[in-house]
Design a binder for this molecule. Structure first.
Ligand SMILES: [Ca+2]
Length: 298
């Protein structure tokens, strides 16, 4: 079987969807995870948490590189703030920070050099990916990148973009083969109590660890469980989970209320405007297909 090789850039440790995306990816023999980079705030602690999750699947062989914790321009958050779910790891085993001696953007570029067909999955702020774009724009121009981020059907800003709008702008300007799965579609991927209860009954150590994270996250935020990042994996498994549309967007970098929003740059006066560039975004998600994947493979 021809495997799709993937590299995941993640902010695992706060919301629970990143961990779910890893779990699904690790259970799919058609996907090969070649490496992981972490982004946003305390990336060393996020890297520790990724290693712990991988170790539950016996995959300590997958390299994990801590990347940029700080946005390219702004300094509006505490870069050393601990991820919401980090307490679980601290209780399981003390801190075990590990220097990999390589920068995340160099790791990404090295992996792309080895395999031009590598698919990069962006699951957090786009800082590491933008750093790779600035270091080697030619290589990143040709890379295949699928990222969760943005809102294209509404004028609201979305978290992964707000965390580093300049990084998202650089990614959009550099990468030709870029697909974005925005909040417009991922917000529908809510996980109800029935599924969480069924997962709890499985008696599976990996699932129990994940559900402990869900509890921590919900205690801390009160937010519903929404599988945003899992959609990146699902659409690799079944291309019909989302429908994609070509678009011409720029990231709004100014504006009191609009910083981080996606500005539609296509010709408003045309009924079917000519779209320049290859950028695509998801305009619909097939929930039946998504939950079929989840229920059979997660
Ligand atoms: Ca994420």
């Amino acid at each position: 079987m021809e495997k799709t090789r993937i590299l995941i850039d993640t902010d695992l440790g706060d919301d629970v969807d990143d961990a779910a995306a890893f779990m699904l990816a690790l259970r799919c023999p058609e996907l090969e995870l070649v490496g992981v980079t972490t982004v946003y705030k305390d990336t060393e602690k996020r890297a520790e948490m990724v290693r712990e999750l991988l170790s539950l699947y016996g995959r300590e062989d997958i390299p994990v590189v801590a990347g940029c914790g700080r946005a390219i321009v702004e300094r509006r958050f505490d870069e050393k703030e601990e991820p919401i779910q980090y307490g679980i790891l601290r209780e399981r085993r003390g801190p075990s920070e590990r220097e990999t001696g390589i920068r995340a953007e160099d790791f990404i570029l090295e992996e792309l050099k080895k395999d031009e067909n590598l698919v990069i999955l962006g699951m957090g702020a786009m800082t590491n990916l933008a750093m790779a774009c600035m270091k080697d724009p030619e290589r990143m121009k040709k890379a295949k990148v699928i990222a969760m981020g943005g809102a294209f059907l509404s004028s609201r800003p979305e978290w992964n973009i707000i965390c580093d709008p300049e990084a998202a702008a650089i990614l959009l300007e550099t990468v030709d083969d870029l697909v974005m799965l925005g909040l417009d579609v991922t917000k529908y991927l809510k996980i109800g109590r029935d599924r969480l209860d069924a997962w709890k009954k499985r008696g599976d150590a990996c699932m129990d660890y994940f559900l402990e994270g869900v509890e921590r996250f919900q205690e801390a935020t009160g937010y519903p469980v929404t599988f945003h990042d899992v959609l990146l994996i699902a659409c690799l498994l079944d291309g019909q989970v989302v429908s994609l549309r070509r678009g011409q967007f720029a990231v709004e970098l100014c504006g009191t209320y609009t910083r981080g929003t996606m500005a539609d740059r296509s010709n408003y006066y045309e009924i079917s405007p000519k779209i320049e560039g290859n950028f695509r975004f998801a305009d619909q998600v097939d929930l039946e297909r998504f939950f079929a994947i989840l229920d059979s493979r997660f």
